[in-house]
Design a protein around this ligand. Structure first.
Ligand code: ZN
Length: 295
């Protein structure tokens, strides 16, 4: 499942490929992928709009649009389907479990797993491919409001060790489920939660309010380090059918993972066999010697 580094890899490539381009429309043959728009509203809502920036918050892409081409918009509204024309709007894309984006020339044979397709000026198509269909696309007038339930982005400069320490204090929750909670901190998923906890020598079942100040600083540093390194490696791809970037290429982070999906292999710090446990229904990997659970 794409986490912050994989989504950030998309953000960078989309920024290079989409900024300055204008949408000619959109179509969707599986409307549940559009939780807040009808396929018709999406088509009208992007028509004539130009991409001015591509941002990210946690696992959400924020594609900022400025509109629009009044002639194009009038043309569609003339058919009685348009709403009020927004000067600025955002496409929020969540890749879910298996989502990917690809830009292809129009006329490229249809992809049965691409249920949301945007047409761009010049004839290209931006296709959102998602075999497992957990991904979502939203066209909104206010991205900040739409994403207000998210906690701070895990790579945001304002999310400091001190801020993290304050967040942990008084929370009687186990560390791993807390790190996965996107309203606590946004962007961390199963892989990087396990890697960060191992790097900081903390047990995933440890309680947040028992974490000592020095340990909180270590965990914050571990999260930043693991995410930053994975962005540099362009994310994690486990299997040929797994995560692929905007160009269809796999990420290279797997070889640097220390515990995730390494059950039975020796911990590189102490040689103890990595163990797998289930925490909050999620597969979890630890070194039982480096990550002791304090009672
Ligand atoms: Zn160890």
């Amino acid at each position: 499942m794409p986490e912050l580094p994989e989504v950030e890899t998309y953000r960078r490539d989309l920024e290079g490929s989409l900024v300055g381009r204008t949408f000619d429309g959109a179509r969707c043959d599986w409307p549940r992928q559009l939780p807040v728009n009808s396929p018709e509203d999406l088509a009208v809502g992007v028509l004539g709009y130009r991409v001015v920036a591509v941002g990210r918050h946690g696992k959400f892409l924020r594609i900022e649009l400025e509109g629009g081409n009044p002639a194009a918009v009038r043309g569609v509204r003339g058919r009685g389907r348009g709403g009020p024309v927004q000067a600025r709007s955002w496409l929020l894309v969540h890749l879910g479990m298996s989502g990917s984006l690809r830009c292809v020339p129009a006329g490229t044979p249809a992809d049965a797993h691409a249920h949301v397709v945007f047409t761009l000026d010049g004839g290209d198509e931006l296709r959102f491919r998602d075999p497992r269909k957990f991904g979502r696309v939203r066209l909104v007038a206010d991205a900040d409001a739409a994403l207000s339930a998210l906690g701070p982005d895990a790579l945001d400069a304002n999310w400091t060790p001190a801020a993290f320490k304050a967040q942990l204090a008084g929370r009687r929750r186990q560390l791993k489920p807390l790190l996965l909670d996107q309203s606590f901190v946004a962007g961390i998923g199963n892989i990087y939660a396990d890697e960060s906890l191992w790097a900081a020598r903390l047990h995933p079942l440890g309680l947040a309010d028992r974490v000592r100040p020095r340990e909180a600083a270590a965990l914050h540093g571990a999260i930043r380090g693991v995410l930053t390194r994975s962005v540099e490696a362009r994310g994690t791809t486990f299997t040929p059918g797994g995560y692929r970037d905007f160009w269809g290429e796999p990420g290279a982070m797997v070889s640097e993972l220390q515990v995730f999906r390494r059950t039975g292999e020796p911990c590189v710090r102490c040689g103890t066999a990595i163990q797998r446990l289930i925490v909050g229904g999620r597969s979890t990997h630890i070194c039982p010697r480096c990550q002791r659970l304090r009672q």
